[in-house]
Design a binder for this molecule. Sequence first.
Ligand code: NDP
Length: 241
Amino acid sequence: MNKKPLVVITGASSGIGAAVAQAMSKQGHPLLLLARRLDRLEALDLPDALCRQVDVTDRAALQRAITEAEEVYGPTDCLVNNAGLMQLGRVAEQDPAEWDAMVDINIKGVLNGISAVAGQMKARKGGTIINVSSVAGIKGFPNHMAYCGTKFAVHGLSETLREELSDDSVRVITIAPGAVETELLSHTSASDIIDGYEQWKDGMGGVITSEDIANCIAFVYQQPQNVCIRELVVTATRQSA
Ligand code: NDP
């Protein structure tokens, strides 16, 4: 069996998740990479990486993929709950179906990941759950109502999960990135909101990269198991909000 333990990453097909996969692979971890676009997972072409097409809203499928990977690589030592959707919109104009999708992926998807690994981690008294939230999980931003709501939820559930699992030596870590250059903005349907967001990014001379966040995630995970960096808020230096 591989010497380093299994790291599971949701939303590994692009952006931050793909960068985390590359960083963890470089450190020698076997990986379970999950997303809906299987071709993008396979294109990463990482060693000891099981790629599975899983929608994080499908709790049973997520559990099945994790069980399959654990049979090959041993128990999940780190779950990076990263899959997420951002659809910005004005409250009176936005299709509430977009709110449903964000709640399902950003909150329920994170809970589904937790449910697949928490019992095993608690029982063996070890493991790390890293939930990717956002600065939008700490403060409001224009046109972000539902997205902020889902990310505040990630902060809230992580706080409680940490309290519950701390005595069993399981770490729960919240990562709160500011704006990062990824595909995330492309899912917003209002083109003027996209344009305004792009101008905001340009105004700060560009934003941080997925690799910047992946380095932070690798850093918090590499700490000794008795050291828990509970929360990391990481933005471009010139991001004022
Ligand atoms: P991307 O859009 O590049 O990546 C999102 C990832 O989530 C993709 O791999 C996508 O894969 C996956 N995903 C989305 N929905 C599902 C689903 N239902 N089931 C499984 N996987 C899914 O954006 P980022 O890399 O930026 O986003 C990663 C995380 O970082 C998100 O949680 C986001 O909210 C957070 N974040 C991003 C910031 C930014 O500015 N970019 C700032 C703060 C936080 P696929 O479509 O193949 O399923």
